[in-house]
Design a protein around this ligand. Sequence first.
Ligand SMILES: [Zn+2]
Ligand SMILES: [Zn+2]
Length: 227
Amino acid sequence: MLSVADIMNLDSHIHSCYSGDSRSKPKNIINQAIFIGLDIIAISDHNTTKGSKIAIAEAKSKNIIVVPSIEISSSQGHIIGFGVDVDIPKGLTPDDTIDKIYDNGGIPIIPHPFSFYRNGLFSSLSPFELNIEAIEVKNARYIFGYSNYKSRSLARKKNLAEIGASDSHFIDSIGDSYTEIRDIDSDPTIDNIIDAIRFKKTIAKGKKTSNFLIAKEVFNKKFNRTY
Ligand SMILES: [Zn+2]
Ligand SMILES: [Zn+2]
């Protein structure tokens, strides 16, 4: 019989020091995630699963689930391959990137979809042209929140799973936004978690990351941009 945990908290979009734009070590990310009460996390680094794999190995003896993941720079914007444990190349079309995510057992999540200054996919492409099931409607890194607002309207219109995520580049901002997953097995597999998203058992929650941390990250990026 399935034992059902009422709610699990997921942060599906955290960057590690393997991402080119963060200094957070996988071990410290895991410790912080446990400390603040997250149950499931994914390291979604730019175009590499290295940090994700290290975090998965690191979490084996710990009370948290780490889902393999990657944030891929497609030719028209960023796409997260949630559940993917191979390096899907950057620069493919959005359609090809999404096909490869499904081929590798994952589910695409479109991060910050309307944020044109951060390679949001829907600042250059109509969302109605793509086969998608889930988008971030609450990305914690924003100034005014208009792109999150547009994203939520789209999710409601297109009946998509609503995801909250921190897009954290610092330990302190992990879990600022996150996704509550409801009616999930208390000891879920990666496939159970993907299915919960697919069946839209998600609620996007949380708050905005402080302007101080966002400014600090923009400053760091000027020196260290590799994606
Ligand atoms: Zn991104
Ligand atoms: Zn990101």
